[in-house]
Design a protein around this ligand. Structure first.
Ligand SMILES: Cc1cc2nc3c(=O)[nH]c(=O)nc-3n(C[C@H](O)[C@H](O)[C@H](O)COP(=O)(O)OP(=O)(O)OC[C@H]3O[C@@H](n4cnc5c(N)ncnc54)[C@H](O)[C@@H]3O)c2cc1C
Length: 390
């Protein structure tokens, strides 16, 4: 079990699944176990049509992981103040607003009228939006717009401490910085709930297990900070046996923030243009070029691209692959089962194989899709749904 979903499962207490499920099946219905009342009884769930021939795309993304945590320091290049804002591992969308707020604080030390943002992925879009909201003139310079950037190939869940640092290598004070970023991001995403098209929404996720304690691979040395924001996020509950149509022994449900990334990217780009932000398509070949820009304050949001551009070998690629099943608007929930994660989004049903823990894909920069990996994951889900409702 890895990354976003291992974290969700652990947050959801999958490690204690068997114990909890045994308890709730005895005590429900009639008595409401703590955190679960009859009002929480699951709604009717539509089945997922998981078949290999419904895979319409397979994509690969490289998480920009740094053992110390994201690079957020500043340096002077030429006569420009450069604020680095890259290396957010598996948490880039989740932390984007908080990281942008911290970057802008540093930018404001120069009281600029205009700034440059390099990059148009999750981090660049949030930095540009935050700067525009503060009344600055903003120009985004990038090689790819968000639709082509690696950010567009993310699963789209609130996973603020997925592969964000190594416990033993995290920079001093990073846990506090992380908490600040996570809290600002959570609050900002709140502003975008309920918009037409639902780019940001809450969805239920069902963690399924045939038996055994679960708990996956442990944290494998990756830093875990979610406990410090437990007050923000809904708790998971063990559901009683037969409360859902899933043909498994143990089910836990949690509600999580979901980013419908394609909608979301369009929304952010439109907002940026509407606020007067400019976009210039440009590739940089050396950091010295930052110093030649007309803007004298630059926020560097180049993600994994920073490895080559900045010569920053502290960025380690963590490969992740998604198989895309044809969207099913009637499927309004996500699933985690046998190390396969499903996220039902408006732009497709995300199928991700996650066996092997957070280290799956670690130091692997192979960006070519491996079809067999996605087909095998679809098979796991197809088998689950062949017994659905029985
Ligand atoms: C399979 C998978 C699932 C994930 N799921 C989630 C999730 O559910 N939730 C979550 O929060 N995170 C998730 N992530 C992590 C998230 O995708 C990354 O943290 C995030 O995309 C990083 O965004 P970024 O803006 O830093 O980088 P990018 O998206 O790579 O954007 C970088 C930008 O910089 C530009 N650029 C780079 N180099 C240059 C250059 N030399 N010149 C000009 N422009 C340049 C690029 O064109 C691009 O516009 C996932 C990652 C993977 C692999």
């Amino acid at each position: 079990m890895t990354g976003p979903d291992r974290r969700l499962a652990v947050l959801g207490g999958l490690a204690t699944l068997s114990a909890c499920a045994g308890q709730t099946s005895k005590s429900f219905p009639g008595v409401s176990p703590a955190g679960f009342s009859p009002a929480d009884w699951p709604p009717k769930l539509a089945p997922i049509r998981a078949h290999r021939d419904r895979l319409f795309d397979i994509t690969v993304c490289l998480r920009p992981f740094r053992a110390a945590g994201p690079r957020m320091d500043t340096e002077t290049i030429g006569d420009a103040l450069v604020i680095h804002n890259y290396g957010h591992g598996g948490s880039g969308w989740s932390l984007s607003w908080g990281s942008a707020a911290l970057a802008l604080e540093k930018a404001m030390s120069k009281s600029p009228k205009s700034i440059a943002v390099i990059g148009c992925g999750a981090l660049g879009l949030a930095a540009a939006t935050t700067a525009l909201r503060a009344g600055l003139d903003v120009t985004i310079y990038c090689k790819d717009l968000v639709q082509q950037a690696r950010s567009s190939r993310a699963s789209g869940l609130w996973t603020p401490d997925s592969r964000i640092a190594m416990t033993k290598d995290a920079a001093p004070g990073f846990a506090q910085t992380w908490e600040r970023m996570a809290r600002i991001s959570w609050k900002t995403y709140r502003d975008y709930l309920g918009l037409p098209g639902n780019p940001i929404e809450f969805r239920d996720r069902y963690m399924l297990s045939d038996g055994g304690p679960g708990g996956g691979e442990g944290n494998q040395g990756f830093a875990e900070y979610s406990h410090s924001i437990e007050d923000l996020t809904p708790r998971s509950v063990a559901l009683p046996a037969k409360a859902t149509p899933f043909p498994v022994a143990f089910v836990r449900r949690t509600s999580t923030l979901q980013f419908n990334v394609h909608d979301w990217g369009h929304q952010l780009l439109s907002d940026i243009r509407a606020m007067g932000g400019k976009i210039v398509m440009r590739e940089f070949h050396s950091p010295a070029e930052f110093g030649q820009l007309p803007e004298k304050v630059v926020i560097n949001c180049t993600g994994y691209g920073a490895r080559a551009l900045m010569g920053d070998n502290s960025i380690i690629p963590v490969r992740g692959q998604i198989g895309w099943l044809i969207p099913q608007p009637e499927v309004t929930y996500g699933v985690y089962y046998n190390d396969v994660s499903i996220v039902s989004r408006s732009d497709g049903i995300v199928v991700q194989a996650l066996e092997g823990g957070d280290l799956k894909g670690f130091n692997n920069d192979h960006e070519v899709p491996e079809r067999a990996e996605s087909e095998d994951a679809v098979d796991v889900i197809e088998k689950l749904y062949s017994r659905f409702g029985t």
